[in-house]
Ligand binder design. Structure first.
Ligand code: MN
Length: 388
């Protein structure tokens, strides 16, 4: 097909460390060249959060957006990156929040840790006489293990106030007005702020921001009330993976997270000169988004992580795996595997999560990607879990 029209505003969903597929989208849409330099002139890109975790290059993704933002600004354009719940995990983890560190680990921070450690190793091999880096490398004490909590403090510090990413992440807005729409990571709950300006004036940890970063499957009445309160035609949000660009709630909600980080086909929404939304899917003609429904996105094999994906699940029913544990043993998490199912169209283990916090055991049902469990979890002795 010929190139895509130059939509003045383009919105893209969650990246999760897959810079490659994102760059392909921005290049196809005429916003960057193939090396990632901004060529979008005065156009605008809105990235709705969740840049980090899971994929092969979460830190390079942050570097990419930080650079692209300043290049776009210099050209009179704009790159808006919203705060997602995964970036909030990073900020809270850097501040020493133990619950956030656990949640972040379980939600893909291992990918960030591994990229960070690989960079450390690379810098070390370069033989650069960087006293600070050498001292830090010594503090890390050898290879990192994404299954052992807590991670090295110098890793968390990258997301703190003196780190490479902390100040930028802390500066990100949680919502942005784009024409008649409001872009936000997840949704807008009834206890949320009364305006975009109010939302961006709050600290990201404020309880009123929580629903904007975490909401899922909101009732239509809540979406309608939020639009009324914000004076907008609709919300454009990521966070919950859909099988396509999805419009619902009588046009008041457009969901744009199609899980492109995982399956590798990009999709986006363009707002044309009249502010009307179009579904843009890699390799397909633009489709005007006029009624409720879904413009499907074809799936393909995961990219980047493919080498780490085994052809068959490693574990069978009855197996127990260690998901992670605190270095001091105060916290451990296991998954007991009962069988197989699917999650977002991918094979998943079905079973239970079992945790032990300071000697207190608890358990709840869980379904999780076979790929992620196989990559990060380790076999455990089934007898390590007491009868509950
Ligand atoms: Mn999210």
């Amino acid at each position: 097909m010929a190139g895509y029209p130059a939509y003045p505003t383009v919105l893209l969903g969650d990246v999760h460390g897959n810079r490659t597929v994102y760059l392909r989208a921005l290049t196809a849409l005429g916003l960057t060249d193939e090396t990632g330099r901004w060529v979008g002139g005065r156009r605008r890109v809105v990235q709705v959060g969740d840049m980090v975790d899971r994929g092969p290059e979460p830190l390079a993704t942050l570097d990419f957006f930080m650079r692209l933002q300043s290049e776009a600004r210099a050209a009179g354009g704009e790159v808006v990156c919203l705060l997602g719940n995964h970036e909030l995990y990073a900020l809270k983890a850097a501040a020493g929040d133990h619950e956030a560190r656990i949640g972040w680990t379980y939600n893909g921070a291992g990918a960030d840790l591994l990229e960070w450690a690989a960079r450390r190793a690379e810098a070390g091999r370069g033989g650069e006489a960087q006293g600070g880096a050498d001292a830090d490398a010594g503090a890390v004490g050898g290879p990192v293990d994404p299954n052992v909590m807590p991670y090295p403090e110098p890793f968390y510090a990258e997301f703190g106030p003196d780190g490479r990413y902390g100040p930028w992440l802390r500066s990100l807005p949680v919502a942005w007005q784009v024409g008649d729409y409001v872009a936000v990571h997840a949704g807008w709950t009834p206890d949320g702020p009364a305006s975009v300006a109010e939302a961006n004036g709050l600290r990201a940890e404020d309880p009123a921001v929580y629903g904007l970063l975490w909401a899922r499957r909101q009732p239509e009445a809540d979406i309608a009330a939020a639009c009324e309160r914000l004076g907008c035609r609709g919300l454009i949000a990521g966070h919950s993976v859909q099988s396509g660009i999805k419009r619902s709630c009588g046009g008041r909600l457009i969901q744009i997270d199609v899980g492109m980080f995982h399956h590798g086909t990009w999709a986006a929404v363009g707002l044309d000169e009249d502010g009307a939304p179009w579904a843009l899917v890699e390799g397909a003609e633009p489709v005007a988004i006029t009624g409720d429904g879904e413009v499907p996105v074809p799936r393909r094999e995961p990219e980047g992580v493919a080498a780490a994906v085994p052809t068959a699940p490693l574990y069978g029913p009855g197996a127990v795996v260690r998901v992670y544990e605190a270095a001091d043993g105060s916290y451990r998490q296991y998954m007991t595997i009962d069988g197989f199912g699917e999650m977002m169209g991918h094979p998943a283990y079905v079973g239970k999560l079992v945790t032990c916090t300071d000697g207190v055991w608890s358990t709840w049902p869980s379904t999780y990607f076979c790929q992620r469990v196989d990559q990060f979890a380790r076999p455990a002795d089934p007898n390590c879990i007491p009868e509950m």
